[in-house]
Ligand binder design. Structure first.
Ligand code: FNR
Length: 191
């Protein structure tokens, strides 16, 4: 039987706005090593601060674009640093926008793979735990399995790209699990 691979479109969210961000570099490393028929669009989280007064059908343009990108994707990959033992405000702000209007979260049941990175050997584990808790409340489908945490990230980046093979292989294994999950739950599945 001839099998056709279902295309999978993923959105990548870096939890940092820094130009030389290691989080973004990690997403670029994944982007450069994607399996066949998988696309990853890396988004910018430069969004206004969440304000419930603005949370109407005519939400700010950047917010609408951001929500649309998630809504039309097959899954989301978040790579976040840890700020003061938690999730950076930039990422939390974006997730708050994505979670509303109430009951219409674009992340509802969306497969999400969280990855934390840090120049420290702790790899941002505390931010990772907080991220999972927020995602569960949204309610996204948080991918289980070994927690992808990358410590000493500074030494693993070259020219703005994650190149460390062990880290890439660890993260890509988790990513492939999400891709398989996404394909199995896809209405476009062709046997
Ligand atoms: C940090 N950093 C940091 N690292 C860590 O492992 N645990 C922490 O609690 C913190 N706290 C923290 C607070 C603030 C305000 C800043 C700016 C930084 C260091 C952080 O991991 C490092 O700057 C990363 O390089 C930031 O991620 P990007 O921008 O490289 O993606």
């Amino acid at each position: 039987m001839h099998e056709t691979l279902v295309p999978v479109n993923l959105v990548g969210l870096p939890g940092s706005l820094r130009k030389a961000s290691f989080s973004r570099a990690t997403l670029i490393g994944l982007h450069d090593n994607l399996p066949e028929k998988v696309r990853l669009e890396i988004c910018d989280l430069q969004l206004p601060l969440y304000n419930e007064d603005d949370d109407r059908s005519d939400a700010p343009t950047q917010v609408r674009r951001f929500r649309d990108a998630i809504a039309s994707s097959d899954g989301v990959v978040i790579v976040t640093p840890e700020y003061n033992h938690g999730v950076p405000g930039v990422l939390k702000n974006a997730l708050d926008w994505a979670s509303r209007p109430f009951g219409k979260s674009v992340l509802t049941n969306k497969p999400v793979l969280g990855i934390s990175v840090s120049p420290a050997f702790t790899g941002g584990v505390r931010a990772h735990a907080q991220l999972n808790e927020t995602l569960l409340s949204i309610p996204a489908h948080v991918m289980g399995g070994p927690q992808v945490v990358i410590g000493s990230i500074r030494e693993k980046i070259e020219d703005g790209v994650l190149v460390d093979q062990a880290s890439l292989s660890f993260a890509l294994t988790a990513l492939r699990r999400m891709i398989t999950f996404s394909r199995l739950s896809s209405p476009r599945l062709i046997a």
